[in-house]
Design a protein around this ligand. Structure first.
Ligand SMILES: Nc1ncnc2c1ncn2[C@@H]1O[C@H](COP(=O)(O)OP(=O)(O)O)[C@@H](O)[C@H]1O
Ligand SMILES: [Mg+2]
Length: 478
């Protein structure tokens, strides 16, 4: 501004230029080479509270607080020795004095021009007092936010577009067991995320930063602390956009839910173990109790075969019918007890056990079930094998009971980060909403409990025309 204004002043004899000069919002004054005020515009006069006449021929000193006048004289002399254009410096401020004795902060841009052998200085003065107050308030606000962040029991982290940490609060430092200096500036993903969680974390971060993923605001992921401890954090992310609407930083708040998760896991494990124990008990009761009793009855009845010959035809038919029903009851009870306690899993693995289950299922009725499994047994421990078997067993039972389907398909796939299971039928679909179905039966809730216990995800899609598809992902480290 000072530069172009200098041209204006040179031409200020012209009234148009004079009008422009007067209407400029910045205060402008022209000094002669001895530092006396020669010319001022309206803005400068109102800024300092003087009239044009009061300032005419006055030394510039009147606009400067007493204690700073000496210093200013030196500065002025230095400028006159080597006059240079000087733009309004961004950060350099001076204290100026109003007529009423109050001080204000100003920024000053300087230029000069020569006239009749003398060098005149043009100063453009801009009041930044207000800005100062705002800046101070902002600093206080910032300090307040910092204090709040540090008082909180929640972790706060701010990441830039590349995932470098810009800010972390005390709770964040405590959780990660590093000092603030050790965290700020580091890349979050390279430094604090366990390698196995990296791909998923980076995907989510990039998708959020590029605006592709507005949806996922909450997610759980692990961090790794200085001493190598894994901690599970429930994150809540939000994005801060820059003036161009581009995502500039991600601010995440997190709560350490490691202990909570452990407690929940212990609880679901207890539920699952309890369920299995109960099934085992019923299975043994059936097998060793009911099946034995029924077999004994069958033996006793068969022992009567000789006398049956002497019976009338009707009684003979009734006898043979009863015997057949009894054999069917024994076989049903035996297979029920096997379903309840699938010893085959332990002996032959989940894939074989599931194939058996499918074969037994397809023997009766119109339902055709196909299974296409990857060989996953070697990657699963005993608990996972039983869990997955139970889940698929319940899904097949549901199809038989509720779907009225003609075919069903079971797929088990080994993926880089775990195992995917899809169970699909072409039946009637869920008649009520999934939520209602979840509340009505314990089957689906049990599946949820088991999936959750393995940190997996469960997705059910159902429509009356296309039947039901259940997709399950269970993370497994190979
Ligand atoms: N494959 C399916 N097709 C249609 N409806 C289903 C299917 N699976 C489950 N459902 C519905 O969801 C409900 C809840 O299932 P579930 O929790 O297993 O309880 P249950 O089998 O004891 O009724 C069922 O009553 C049924 O209405
Ligand atoms: Mg069921």
């Amino acid at each position: 501004l000072a530069l172009s204004i200098s041209q204006l002043i040179v031409q200020a004899t012209n009234t148009t230029y004079q009008q422009i000069f007067e209407s400029i919002g910045e205060g402008i004054l022209v000094l002669d080479d001895r530092g006396r005020i020669m010319l001022t515009n309206t803005s400068l006069e109102s800024l300092f509270g003087y009239s044009k006449e009061e300032l005419q021929k006055q030394s510039i000193g009147v606009l400067i607080p007493k204690r700073l006048r000496k210093k200013h004289e030196t500065l002025h002399a230095a400028f006159m020795q080597n006059p240079k254009k000087r733009k309004m410096a961004e950060n350099k401020e001076f204290e100026a004095l109003r007529k009423d004795g109050t001080a204000m902060s100003v920024r000053v841009g300087l230029n000069y021009y020569k006239e009749n052998g003398s060098t005149n200085v043009i100063a453009v003065v801009s009041d930044v007092t207000e800005k100062h107050i705002v800046e101070k308030r902002l600093l206080r606000e910032k300090e307040r936010v910092r204090l709040c962040l540090n008082l909180s029991n929640t972790i706060f982290v701010e990441l830039d577009q590349n995932g470098n940490v810009k800010l972390v609060n005390q709770e964040g430092c405590k959780t990660l067991e590093y000092s603030k200096d050790e965290i700020v500036g580091k890349n979050w993903f390279d430094s604090f995320v366990p390698p196995e969680e990296l791909p998923q974390n980076k995907d989510i971060f990039n998708a959020m930063m590029t605006g592709k993923l507005e949806g996922i605001k909450f997610f759980k992921s692990k961090v790794i602390s200085k001493s190598g401890k894994y901690k599970l954090i429930q994150w809540h992310n939000s994005l801060l956009k820059d003036e161009n609407g581009k995502h500039e930083v991600m601010i995440s708040s997190g709560v350490d839910i490691t202990l909570q998760e452990q407690a929940e896991k212990a609880q679901t494990e207890a539920i699952i173990i309890g369920m299995e124990r109960e099934r085992k008990r019923v299975a043994l009761d059936l097998h060793d109790g009911l099946v034995q009793t029924l077999s004994a009855i069958s033996l006793n009845l068969k022992a009567m075969d000789d006398s049956v010959i002497c019976m009338c035809k009707n009684d003979q038919e009734a006898y043979n019918g009863a015997l057949e029903l009894l054999e069917a009851a024994i076989s049903d009870t035996r297979s029920m007890s096997h379903d309840l306690m699938p010893a085959a899993i332990e002996r032959y693995g989940i894939v074989k056990a599931l194939k058996d289950l499918v074969a037994r299922t397809t023997k009766y009725g119109n339902l055709h079930v196909e299974i296409d499994p990857d060989d996953v047994d070697q990657y699963l421990n005993e608990f996972y094998r039983l869990n997955l078997y139970r889940i698929i067993q319940e899904l097949i039972q549901n199809i038989m009971k509720h779907a009225n389907a003609t075919s069903a398909f079971i797929k088990i796939r080994r993926k880089p980060y775990g195992i995917n299971i899809t169970v699909k039928d072409d039946g009637v679909g869920f008649s009520s909403s999934l939520e209602k179905a979840q509340q009505s039966g314990i089957g689906i809730r049990n599946i949820e409990t088991r999936v959750k216990h393995m940190n997996g995800t469960l997705k059910v899609t159902s429509s009356s025309k296309k039947g039901t598809t259940v997709q399950i992902h269970v993370p497994v480290s190979y």
